[in-house]
Design a protein around this ligand. Structure first.
Ligand SMILES: NC(=O)c1ccc[n+]([C@@H]2O[C@H](COP(=O)([O-])OP(=O)(O)OC[C@H]3O[C@@H](n4cnc5c(N)ncnc54)[C@H](O)[C@@H]3O)[C@@H](O)[C@H]2O)c1
Length: 254
């Protein structure tokens, strides 16, 4: 039997990169999946690419309170429940000195990368409590435990995601709701070049020298690597795992 047969999941940031790979793997494993993204077109295209599986695309800004409340409501209305939330939507910081970063940029990073986890929990947990089961998987980053200069806001937002994961895991354990996180290392998705400047040659060189060479295994992480980890943490395969932060990073976090 498929690993997620009969389960319903929300995957945010599902229009691209890791979120898309996670949503597709969950759907192949029998789940009903709401593929949420702020980019409506990307969410629809990614949902279409899931083929015959049970998926729906929903446009949602994970930093917006009513948008998240609506996302949960639309999922429950379509599929009759909610078992899994994967918080994958995120925004990068292109290397910026602390004096250059604007207050608005700081707020966007904290709101999309960290506050969103609070918001999805706020609206999803009541459904999970009612059924006394649930799994929340937060895609944080190795940058949440290993700092880099010029990435202060991104690092701080991912550090917040990691600590929120642990605090929620403890708070919700008695309800059989598990909360775990994945720390991807530098990954082969459209986001990676956004950490770098605008110059194309510098981007290519930067991906190699800054990111790829910082990974002991010597290669970028693929979205499918993250999807396999998310499947483990979302499913009963990890039924006794909560508050865990799984580095899928080629050894970058060592
Ligand atoms: N790519 C990397 O090197 C890397 C490394 C570590 C962690 N991460 C994290 O992994 C996650 C997935 O990143 P990715 O590499 O697949 O990036 P990506 O850019 O390919 O995908 C991110 C998706 O999030 C969506 N999004 C952005 N803001 C949103 C919002 N407010 N509401 C809803 N959706 C929104 C985007 O539209 C996009 O489709 C992110 O949280 C990212 O911070 C990425």
């Amino acid at each position: 039997m498929a690993i997620l047969q009969g389960k319903t999941a929300i995957v945010t940031g599902a229009g691209s990169g890791m979120g898309k790979a996670i949503a597709h793997l969950f759907a192949q494993q029998g789940a009903n999946v709401t593929m949420a993204d702020i980019n409506d077109e990307a969410a629809k295209t990614a949902a279409h690419a899931a083929g015959d599986h049970h998926v729906q695309a929903v446009q949602a800004d994970v930093a917006d309170v009513s948008g998240v409340e609506d996302l949960v409501a639309q999922t429950v209305a379509a599929y009759g429940g909610l078992d899994i939330v994967v918080n994958c939507a995120g925004v990068p910081q292109s290397f910026t000195s602390v004096e250059e970063l604007t207050v608005e940029q700081w707020d966007v990073m904290m709101n999309v990368n960290a506050k969103s986890i609070f918001l999805t929990a706020k609206y999803a947990v009541p459904f999970m409590k009612r059924q006394k089961s649930g799994s929340i998987v937060n895609i944080a980053s190795i940058a949440g435990i290993r700092a880099r200069p010029g990435l202060h806001a991104y690092c701080a937002s991912k550090g917040a995601a990691i600590m929120l994961t642990k605090a929620l895991a403890l708070e919700l354990a008695s309800e059989q709701i598990r909360v775990n996180a994945i720390n991807p290392g530098p990954a082969n998705t459209p986001m990676i070049e956004k950490f770098l400047g605008e110059d194309e040659t510098e981007k290519e060189e930067g991906i190699k020298t800054i990111f790829q060479e910082s990974v002991p295994l010597g290669r970028l992480i693929e979205p499918e690597d993250i999807a396999q980890g998310a499947l483990y943490l979302a499913s009963d395969l990890s039924k006794n795992v909560t508050g865990e932060i799984l580095n899928i990073d080629g050894g970058r976090g060592i």
